[in-house]
Design a protein around this ligand. Structure first.
Ligand code: FAD
Length: 275
């Protein structure tokens, strides 16, 4: 393996026995690359929450470090306090703390309104027990009132007690560099780890990017669209684009890389092997 900086991998909780089996194979394929940790997403609003903790416990039982994502939207202080105590009792030491997004039509926002409230609450309840990761948006959060406002909220979130951040995915290294420089200028020196999304499918990625506010550059969009159903060309081009992005990020001083695997090993490993 050629990569010289730490890496981590993100999963979502599988919903079926087949999905569990597939994830086990993925964990086995990725663990040979000695990730710093695996993380598992959490469904704000309830749908996959038990699956998150089950998946984290399973990965830890295999001997690897694993972090649950935990969101506060729609939840109560009591409920989150109970989750934190359970995670602590199990020996979990790392959490990805988020506001989350409630599925449309789901009622109130809960007692903790933003990720900074959740970070403060985790510190209040459990002191320094957890290493807390938070989300960062080099291309800005889609609901941000302005770049300056979003940056201010990010700094607040770090100052509330987060240890490090993982970014939303992006394909423009300049956005990452500019964001990190702005955070450093505000006096925050914590690691900001780029979130890396391998490119394996055009229409899904385009749709998802529109929703989460990540820019799929025009030239990448047009090239991907031009391949139509030619999956081999999409994969080869996507791997090329993302491995060049990773090389630039490493040159810019990225402290590590966090891969959004979508529970598949191959697309992330193809990028890592190409570095
Ligand atoms: P916040 O940091 O609270 O920011 C949300 C918005 O509110 C921003 O526009 C910000 O500028 C603004 N804001 C922040 N603080 C304040 C404040 N005090 N006052 C007023 N405005 C404020 N979603 C899931 O449901 N489950 C997951 O497992 C999950 N994992 C993720 C992992 C990563 C690495 C990333 C980058 C995102 C993840 N998400 C996940 C998506 C995330 O939940 C959404 O992007 C959500 O909309 C924002 O969450 P946040 O923690 O960034 O929110």
């Amino acid at each position: 393996m050629a990569i010289q900086i730490p890496i981590s991998f993100e999963f979502f909780p599988p919903k079926t026995p087949e999905g569990e089996q597939k994830l086990n194979q993925t964990i086995s394929d990725l663990s040979g690359y000695h990730p710093e940790f695996f993380s598992c997403t959490y469904g704000a609003g309830g749908s996959t929450q038990d699956g998150t903790f089950k998946t984290v416990a399973h990965i830890r039982s295999l001997g690897y470090d694993a972090a649950p994502h935990l969101s506060c939207v729609g939840s109560t202080r009591d409920h989150i306090a109970q989750i934190l105590q359970e995670l602590k009792a199990q020996g979990v030491r790392r959490i990805v703390a988020l506001r989350g997004d409630l599925p449309s039509g789901m009622g109130g926002t809960g007692e903790l309104h933003h990720a900074n409230d959740l970070v403060s609450f985790i510190r209040e309840q459990t002191g320094d027990w957890f290493h807390i990761e938070v989300a960062a948006y080099p291309e800005y959060h889609p609901q941000a009132r302005s770049p300056a406002d979003d940056l201010k909220h990010f700094i607040n979130k770090m100052n509330a007690g987060a240890n490090s951040a993982i970014t939303q995915y992006f394909y423009n290294a300049d956005a990452y560099e500019t964001f990190v420089n702005a955070v450093r200028a505000a006096g925050v020196n914590a690691p900001i780890v780029p979130g890396i999304m391998p490119i394996t499918n055009y229409s899904q990625l385009a749709r998802f990017s529109d929703v989460c506010g990540a820019e799929l550059p025009r030239w990448v969009r047009l090239k991907l669209a031009s391949f139509g159903d030619d999956r081999a060309s999409i994969l080869a081009f996507g791997q090329d684009v993302v491995s060049h992005l990773c090389e630039r990020l490493i040159a810019l001083g990225a402290p590590s890389l966090h891969f959004y695997t979508l529970n598949q090993a191959k697309p992330s490993l193809a990028i890592i092997d190409a570095l």
